[in-house]
Design a protein around this ligand. Structure first.
Ligand code: PEP
Ligand code: MG
Length: 348
């Protein structure tokens, strides 16, 4: 620290140990050695496909929130960006970013990914991420209130500006757009109408963009999960947000400091929803991925494979360990997991 005392910082467990005794010191040095060895081992997987032993591909994408994270995406050899949380461009400032300001970030991200897909999620503020320039009234239930797509619909010029910037960036790389907090079919239809208007506008102005830019939605509410068979007919892909899906399925505030023990993403109801969403996506032949924290949980990779999940988006540092896990699995053997879940849910 500032006084020159030695300290151990254990980022994994959120611990700082000041002036560690000799055995603690030794223990952490050994941990550090093992971590470095592991990192070197998984780094051998760069450039190798994320594929099971029996040849089934499970894409390993990365989640980011700012341009600065791009180096980590590239150095960990992610096959794409499965979630770019664009709200970080809108927070911690007095006014929303301009179309040009957003465009330059989206363009640089798309260009530096050199043809690999980049899924930008439109503004997801409200709830735990408040932007003072929006002057939203205080809410007693912010997680159930004015957030994400609801803010975009009630602030149409904010939404259009972001869509224009994203479409313009699509001329420089492989851009995809997804929309958060969907609950209803009408929302998706309205988004598609607005996107079509934005494309029309850009066409008239003679501005370049990719006309086939894929549009997808986050499935992170039980309503969207239950409607996923219908929603799959409207969009190009699904990305499952397990953080919110768990919160809304278990009626449990994900921010609540005292409820951590109750926040159970392994709950059979959550897993059953994941199974249903994946099944509906596969039935309608659209891509389905997971971008919530659960995607990086290696104890569930085999379950996701069994469900027919095709893409997992995780923090950049988790990409290669996930690839290693995928390469140790067999799709055919994974299907036995489905029987256990059927029993847990009382379906058999
Ligand atoms: C999620 O809800 O799982 C998700 C990925 O979105 P966020 O954590 O940003 O709400
Ligand atoms: Mg979410």
């Amino acid at each position: 620290d500032a006084d020159g005392r030695e300290a151990v910082v254990d980022g994994k467990n959120g611990l700082v140990i000041l002036e560690p005794d000799e055995s603690t010191r030794k223990q952490f040095l050994e941990k550090l050695r093992q971590d470095t060895e592991r990192k070197q081992l998984v780094s051998l997987l760069k450039g190798k496909p994320s594929m099971t032993k029996d040849g089934v591909k499970l894409l390993t994408y990365a989640n980011i929130g700012r341009l600065d994270d791009l180096d980590a995406v590239l150095s960990n050899d992610a096959e794409g960006i499965g979630l770019f949380r664009t709200e970080f461009l809108f927070l911690g400032r007095d006014t929303p970013p301009s179309e040009e300001g957003q465009f330059s970030v989206y363009r640089e991200t798309a260009a530096r990914m050199q043809g690999k897909p980049v899924v930008f999620r439109t503004l997801d503020i409200g709830s735990d991420k408040q932007a003072p320039w929006l002057s939203l009234p205080e809410e007693s239930n912010p997680a159930l209130g004015m957030r994400a797509i609801r803010i975009c619909f009630t602030h149409p010029s904010l939404f259009r500006t972001q869509l224009r910037a994203l479409y313009r960036a699509s001329a420089y790389g492989n851009v995809e757009i997804m929309f958060p907090m969907i609950t209803s079919l009408w929302e998706v239809q309205k988004i598609k109408e607005i996107a079509a208007q934005v494309r029309e506008e850009l066409l008239e102005e003679g501005v370049a963009f990719s006309p086939s830019l894929p549009l997808g939605i986050m499935i992170e509410t039980p309503a969207a999960a239950m409607l996923s068979g219908r929603l799959a007919q409207e969009v190009d892909f699904f990305s499952i947000g397990t953080n919110d899906l768990t919160q809304y399925t278990l009626a449990l505030d994900r921010q609540h400091p005292g409820l951590g023990d109750f926040f159970d993403p392994y709950h059979p109801a959550v897993l059953e929803l994941l199974r249903i969403i994946a099944q509906n996506a596969n039935r309608h032949r659209i891509r389905v991925g997971i971008c919530g924290e659960l995607a990086a949980d290696l104890s569930l990779t085999e379950t996701f494979l069994a469900f027919g999940i095709q893409e997992l988006s995780v923090p950049p540092a988790a990409v290669l360990p996930l690839r290693e896990k995928i390469r140790s699995l067999t799709k055919e053997r994974s299907s036995r997991i489905l029987e256990q879940l059927a029993m847990d849910c009382g379906r058999s």
